[in-house]
Write a new protein. Sequence first.
Length: 190
Amino acid sequence: MSSKRLQLISTAFSLFYQKGVHAVGINEILAESGVAKKTLYHHFTGKEELVLAVLVYRDQCFCDWLKERLDSADSGMAKVEALFDALDDWFNDRVEALFAFHGCFFINVSAEFGDLTHPLHQQCAKHKQSVACIIESLVRTTHVDVSRISTATDALCLLKEGAITLAHVQGDRKAAIKAKETAKLLIRSL
């Protein structure tokens, strides 16, 4: 990826994540990035294509970070705890690579593009599926019976999403720690 393209994507991500996609115009991205308009249009046909590239970029950053955090934990319950400890670090701005916490970028963007068939909304849904696959891999390291893996994965995903929403909407920066205790009880019960 060219350095100018990456500069545009990372600048756009920072602005979109803080302010929202619709609130940020191309001129603001250009001013903040220091990249010429001609260069932007060399790399992207328009704002929507840039937003799509930003979603792909954030998905890669987030999933790489999450996998790394989970890979550093032992199997089973340690990985469950690592998931929610990672979220706690993110919610409390202890993960420089993810920027200061402003909720889930994919939830935020999908709210701005609410049509389920819109390509940007679909890209957000694809991210959620990628994270669910990471969580399913985690569940497979626990004692959960094979017939209950899907149920456990769904439950952990719901707890994760609820913690993100609680942290963002209500400012509860301890939401991941609360969800971790519930997750541990749930996994023990399956």
